[in-house]
Design a protein around this ligand. Structure first.
Ligand code: PEP
Ligand code: MG
Length: 831
């Protein structure tokens, strides 16, 4: 049976291999074509049913009447835009005809915010074959794009083998949930398993072998996945899959290129240049230093099982102790600590240890057995075809070397110290290479193989060491000691630069370091408008890591610590002791800067595993925020005690979510005063209210009489003012805090705060938009609490502002009749 697929966008057709994302280019999701879009609407490529629409609106899956499934993924890494730029026009289950509009696109916004607009259109039906493809070049929406042939139904082989079931739970870590890339990783792994693999989430069940089925789960960070594996030896596989799910997404930001892939590819290579893949940004010049890591020699391949078991257990315990000490050393970077934890997990891997135990029981020596199994696992990872999994093979080798060194008593640091400033050239290197003090101060890394998102790459990026990978075998011929130029941004190695070129690069490097120092120095300065009004730029945080990063980006304090994230990993609410430790760590990371901690905002869009709620018909209007805390006073009291114990009173400010009336503040203040008395803390602690319900905005003057400060929660304020669910993907583009109704509520709240001379800030999502800063300041905000990334830009913008002009801008915006009109006004003001 053949199904015709018509172009869902007008634009330029590209081969799928040209898509600048390996998961698509390597056809891991499926085969198809891509379009560089020129039209602002995605239309149906055939008549059929909508199977799934990403909550962020950036991708859609459709099934034709004949059973062909197509995934349209607009742009690359567009899940990170959080829905901005996408307006889904259809919902799952809807029946559409060829050419019906599916998603409206704001191409300017997407093009300005995502690495690429190129849109893969892929067939995800197993066994389907693409027959005719449109030629590369221009295409109109509705033109014939390609044809798909489905195989005849095959009788499923009845499986007589004895099969068993393994069942395991895994929680999705922070990130963008199961979108196309993680779905591809999970399905690639599942397809390698000879049996059934099912994942259930939100009562929806998916065959884990199907990328599209996984996408329909709509699983987001914090969701619990129920993994069920049926087949022979299902447990080991279930554990492996759970580890992949729990690993989350590596942060690609270090590898993101300032130059688009097409631009890079278009730069012709000259003599003396090698092309490679960028793994960590930067430019370096230095002498080549070749490194080859040797295997630890195994003298004896057999042993007495009992003795070998003991030897192995002791060596594993010693190595675990070393890794734990490294992870908890205050001098260890977050990236290095995370990698140490990942290595401890590998060392403890149940499947691996079970197999090693089997070989040892059969008479193998411990080192021989470990190497045997570890190398098999390496091979299995390399043959998944998924680059990120293949990159983890070097971690197994790293653990193998360290463990075998422990087992055999051989020093693992077989690699000599590297001269400062040298460019290390190797086939591949384990992450421990960069953790070795003998390798501090190297200038850069070039690998003939290696991976762009390997742990070594993460460490290199964290230490600002430029790194290129996949440079090919030609690197072996680079003369030891000869100067080379490593230009990670242009993904080039200049193998024999002349004196003039070397001088040019050295000047460039000096300028780069001066510019970076200036930007950092400016970001660290307090923020004042051009006419001298002090505006504080704070950060929204969830952890001590966030705090360190935000301070480095110039945050002057924390405007919102979302404590739900701290509760998220627990099955039962965390103890006072534990919470106090976390709050103390965050306070220390802020180094005395103000820390506004929000009491638990459980419920609504923030369900918590450790606090199961009774089912509610309207959770957003139900038991959430301060309402919940007042009902579970035990949890509130524990939390307040932990805050007072963990954070110095001069640094601590406490904020209540979802306030609707001043009585809530009075109640919590009474409890807080009791706690202070009990803990012997004499100094008062500021208690503030979030203004995120229209009720609170309208009686902000009455709330301000009780509160020490007010902070606008524009996400919820927009949701409740506009009566639009912020979690509804069909409405996400319209739940806009720039709607004049929301702006007027903010202005009313500012007036209420002003009446009692209260500090007035904003910590909702709109505060992270540099373009909105002038308007928010004009509305009366003295503090903007943003995510870390845009802080330097927001500060730069605020320094150019004049307060009278901001007031005027706010007045004009409040008089407009839609959020779009306000956005247009802000655009005009920018010019
Ligand atoms: C808000 O509602 O704007 C806010 C900051 O709180 P949250 O997004 O955590 O609900
Ligand atoms: Mg809120």
């Amino acid at each position: 049976m053949t199904v015709s697929i018509y172009a869902p966008l007008a634009g330029i057709v590209r081969a799928i291999e040209q898509v600048p994302d390996a998961v698509f280019a390597q056809k891991i999701v499926g085969d198809g074509l891509a379009i560089e879009p020129l039209s602002d609407r995605v239309v149906a490529p055939f008549g059929g049913k909508v199977i799934a629409v990403a909550p962020t609106g950036h991708s859609i899956t459709l099934q034709s009447d004949g059973g062909v499934e197509i995934l349209i993924h607009v742009g690359i890494d567009t899940v990170a835009l959080g829905g901005r730029g996408f307006t889904p026009l259809v919902s799952p289950g809807e029946v559409v005809a060829t050419g019906d509009a599916l998603i409206a696109l704001d191409l300017d916004h997407i093009a300005g915010s995502a690495p690429s607009l190129v849109t893969p259109i892929l067939v995800t039906t197993p066994g389907a074959v693409i027959r005719i493809k449109a030629d590369a070049g221009p295409i109109s929406a509705g033109d014939l794009f390609f044809e798909v042939e489905l195989p005849a139904d095959e009788e499923r082989q009845a499986k007589g083998d004895a099969q068993s079931t393994a069942h395991i739970l895994a929680t999705l870590p922070a990130g963008h949930g199961i979108h196309a890339r993680p779905a591809a990783r999970i399905s690639a792994l599942a397809r390698g398993f000879d049996g059934e693999v099912q994942i259930t989430c939100h009562d929806r069940k998916a065959d884990a072998k199907s990328v599209t089925a996984l996408l329909t789960l709509g699983a987001v960070a914090g969701d619990q996945l129920d993994i069920r594996v049926i087949g022979t030896d299902p447990r080991a596989f279930a554990v492996q899959l759970a580890a992949i799910v729990g690993e989350g997404e590596a942060d690609d930001s270090s590898a993101a290129s300032p130059l688009p892939d097409e631009a890079i590819a278009a730069i012709p290579l000259q003599a003396g240049q090698l092309r490679a893949v960028r793994a960590a940004a930067g430019l370096a010049i230095g002498p080549v230093f070749h490194v080859a890591e040797a295997d630890v020699a195994i003298a004896v391949e057999t042993g007495e099982p009992g003795a070998e078991r003991q030897r192995l257990a002791a060596a594993r315990a010693r190595l675990t102790q070393q890794l734990t000490a490294r992870a908890s050393d205050p001098g260890t970077s977050d990236a290095a600590a995370a990698i140490a934890h990942a290595h401890i997990a590998l060392l403890d891997d149940i499947a691996l240890n079970d197999k090693v135990a089997e070989l040892v029981a059969g008479g193998a020596s411990a080192p021989f057995a470990w190497r045997q199994v570890s190398r098999q696992e390496e091979e299995a990872l390399r043959t998944t075809g998924v680059a990120r999994l293949a990159e983890r093979a070097i971690d197994l080798r790293d653990i193998e070397r360290q463990l075998l060194a422990e087992l055999t008593g051989t020093a693992s640091d077989a690699v000599p110290g590297v001269p400062k400033g040298a460019i290390v050239v190797a086939d591949d290197l384990p992450p421990s290479f960069l953790l070795d003090p003998a390798h501090a101060g190297i200038g850069g890394i070039v690998l003939s193989a290696g991976g762009a998102t390997s742990h070594l790459a993460i460490l290199a990026a964290a230490s600002a060491i430029p790194m290129l990978v996949a440079a090919g075998d030609a690197t072996a011929a680079l003369p030891q000691g000869a100067d080379i130029i490593l230009d990670a941004d242009r993904r080039l190695i200049e193998t024999a630069p002349g004196a003039a070129r070397i001088a040019e690069v050295r000047t460039d490097l000096a300028k780069r370091s001066a510019d970076a120092a200036n930007a950092l120095a400016l970001a660290a300065q307090d923020c004042v408008t051009a006419d001298g009004r002090r505006i504080e730029i704070f950060a929204n945080l969830a952890s001590a890591n966030d705090a360190r990063h935000s301070v480095a980006m110039g945050a002057e304090g924390c405007g919102l610590l979302r404590t739900e994230f701290i509760f998220a990993e627990f099955d039962t609410p965390p103890s006072e002791e534990w919470q106090a430790g976390v709050y103390a760590d965050i306070a220390a990371a802020l180094d005395g800067r103000p820390l506004i901690i929000r009491t638990l905002d459980a419920g609504g869009d923030k369900p918590l595993r450790c606090l199961p709620f009774a089912a509610e018909e309207n959770p957003a209007l139900g038991m959430r925020g301060i309402r919940f805390s007042m009902e579970r006073r035990d949890i509130l009291e524990t939390q307040l005690r932990a805050m007072v114990r963990g954070v110095p009173s001069g640094q601590l400010r406490i904020m209540l979510p979802m306030v609707v009336e001043p009585g809530e503040l009075r109640d919590v203040r009474a409890l807080l005063d009791d706690i202070r008395r009990d803990l012997g803390v004499a100094a008062p602690i500021d208690l503030g209210a979030m203004i995120e319900t229209p009720a609170a905005a309208m009686i902000a003057d009455l709330i301000a009489a009780e509160a020490d400060f007010l902070s606008i929660g524009s996400n919820d304020l927009a949701q409740y003012a506009l009566a639009m669910d912020r979690g509804n993907p069909g409405l996400s583009a319209r739940v806009d805090a720039l709607h004049p109704a929301v702006l007027r509520l903010i202005a009313a709240a500012a007036e209420g705060a002003q009446k009692h001379r209260r500090w007035f800030g904003i910590c909702g999502g709109i505060a992270s938009d540099p373009d909105a800063a002038a308007l928010l300041i004009g509305l009366g905000c003295q503090e903007l609490s943003s995510v870390a990334g845009p802080i330097p830009q927001i500060k730069e913008r605020v320094r150019t502002l004049d307060f009278a002009a901001c007031r005027d801008l706010a007045r004009r915006a409040c008089a407009l009749d839609s959020a779009d009109a306000v956005r247009t006004l802000l655009e005009e003001e920018k010019r």
